[in-house]
Write a protein that binds this ligand. Structure first.
Ligand code: AMP
Ligand code: MG
Length: 356
C-alpha cells in the first residue's frame, strides 16, 4: 500500500466535551473504515473499527506489523465487552478493580470480532481505557476500536503526538493530540486461564501485586523477564518480535548506583555513549564531557513512575543522536519496575553488564 496520498489531519484535543464536533468527525472516520490515532493513559493507539476486517488490515499495513500479531480492542465501558468476548466472573472482578484503566484481559472471542483483528486467534484482548479523549472517541464511534501502539513496528511506542507524527504522518486519517501520556508504558496484559486464575503476559502499570489482591492464582509468563529459546513459543504472539529497539546497541548496567556512575564517567571518554541517567547523576556526567547532547535524564533514582513515563521518549531521542552505544540502568523487578525491566531487556536484546 502507498501511504503518501493519505492526508493526515492533526487535531489538538484539550477538552473532548467542548470539542464534540472534532470527536464526531474522527469517530465517523473510524465507522467508515478509516484510521485515527488517539491518546490513552498508556501510549498513543492506532485505531480502526475492530469489527471490520478491512480496518484491521489497514492497521497492520500502516504499522508495518506482521498480521499474526493480534490487536487489542478498546471498549467504552467494561460491560460493552460482552458483545465481543465471552465474559466470566474473573473478568468481572478484574474489571471492577481496574477498569477503566491500563489493564487488558484476554478472553474467548465472539463472532462479532473477525479473525483479522485477532491475528487468527480464537481469543480477543479487551481493554477499557480511562483517558477522556479515548473514551469519548470510542463512545462516539459506537464500535469497539482495535488499536495497537501508534508506532512503526519495532520502534518505541509513542507517548506524545510529535512522535506519532514522525511515524504515522501520511499513513492515517486523523491524529488526535491529547498531550503527553500519563503512564508511558503499554497496558498490563493478562490471560484468564481458569476460574480465579490468570497469566501475566505483559507487565504494565497494574502490577503483579495489584493483580494478586484481586485474583488468587497469578502466574507470570516466562517471556516477561526471561529470554525464550529459539524453538519456544510465547503465550502472546507479540513477545516473539524484537521490540522497542533503537538502532544503537543498548546495554543495561547492573550493580550499585555508585559503581554504575564510575563506569559511565570512564565510558564517556572512550565512546560516544548516550546515557539514560538518573537526575542525581546528571551534574557529574555533564561536567565530565563537552558534548551534552547525549544525556537523557529519566527522573530521580527512586522515581520509577518517572522512568516509565520518560523511557520511550528517551530511547527515541537517544537513538536520534546516533551514538555508538546507549547505556541505561537495569531496572528492579519490583512493582512498576517489572514493566520497565520487561521493556528494557527487550530494547537491549538481554544485554546486561555487571559493573560492581
Ligand atoms: P500493542 O497493540 O502494540 O500494545 O501490542 C498488543 C500486544 O497484545 C501484543 O504483544 C499481542 O501479542 C498481545 N495480544 C493481543 N491479543 C492477544 C491475544 N488474543 N492473545 C495473546 N496476546 C494478545
Ligand atoms: Mg506496540
Amino acid at each position: 500500500m502507498e501511504f503518501s496520498d493519505i492526508k493526515t489531519e492533526l487535531i489538538r484535543i484539550t477538552d473532548p466535551d467542548q470539542q464534540q464536533s472534532d470527536i464526531a468527525r474522527a469517530a465517523a472516520c473510524i465507522r467508515q473504515g478509516g484510521l485515527v490515532v488517539f491518546p490513552t493513559e498508556t501510549v498513543y493507539g492506532l485505531g480502526g473499527d475492530a469489527t471490520n476486517a478491512s480496518s484491521a488490515k489497514k492497521i497492520y499495513a500502516a504499522k508495518g506489523r506482521p498480521s499474526d500479531n493480534p490487536l487489542i480492542i478498546h471498549v467504552a465501558s467494561p460491560e460493552d465487552a460482552a458483545d465481543y468476548a465471552q465474559l466470566c466472573p474473573t473478568y468481572e472482578r478484574l474489571a471492577r478493580a481496574f477498569m477503566p484503566g491500563p489493564l487488558t484481559v484476554i478472553l474467548p472471542r465472539k463472532q462479532t470480532i473477525p479473525k483479522d483483528t485477532t491475528g487468527g486467534l480464537e481469543t480477543v484482548a479487551v481493554r477499557c481505557p480511562v483517558h477522556p479523549v479515548a473514551r469519548a472517541l470510542i463512545r462516539a464511534a459506537g464500535v469497539p476500536i482495535a488499536a495497537p501502539s501508534a508506532n512503526i513496528s519495532g520502534k518505541p511506542s509513542p507517548t506524545c503526538a510529535r512522535h506519532v507524527a514522525e511515524d504515522m504522518n501520511g499513513r492515517v486519517d486523523f491524529i488526535l493530540d491529547g498531550g503527553d501520556c500519563e503512564i508511558g508504558l503499554e497496558s498490563t496484559i493478562v490471560a484468564v486461564t481458569g476460574e480465579d486464575r490468570v497469566t501475566l503476559l505483559r507487565p504494565g502499570a497494574i502490577t503483579y501485586d495489584a493483580l494478586c489482591m484481586v485474583v488468587t492464582h497469578v502466574e507470570i509468563a516466562r517471556a516477561v523477564s526471561e529470554k525464550l529459546g529459539d524453538n519456544e513459543k510465547p503465550l502472546s504472539p507479540g513477545m516473539k518480535y524484537r521490540h522497542y529497539a533503537p538502532d544503537a546497541p543498548v546495554v543495561l548496567l547492573d550493580g550499585s548506583d555508585i559503581a554504575a556512575l564510575s563506569f559511565l564517567l570512564r565510558e564517556q571518554h572512550t565512546h560516544r555513549c548516550a546515557i539514560l541517567c538518573y537526575d542525581e547523576e546528571y551534574a557529574r556526567l555533564i561536567e565530565n564531557v563537552d558534548d551534552h547532547s547525549l544525556l537523557f535524564p529519566i527522573g530521580k533514582a527512586a522515581d520509577v513512575a518517572s522512568h516509565a513515563k520518560t523511557l520511550f521518549t528517551a530511547l527515541r531521542e537517544a537513538d536520534r543522536a546516533k551514538p555508538d552505544i546507549i547505556y541505561a540502568h537495569l531496572p528492579s523487578k519490583e512493582g512498576l519496575g517489572l514493566a520497565l525491566y520487561n521493556r528494557m531487556i527487550r530494547a537491549s536484546a538481554h544485554t546486561v553488564l555487571n559493573v560492581d
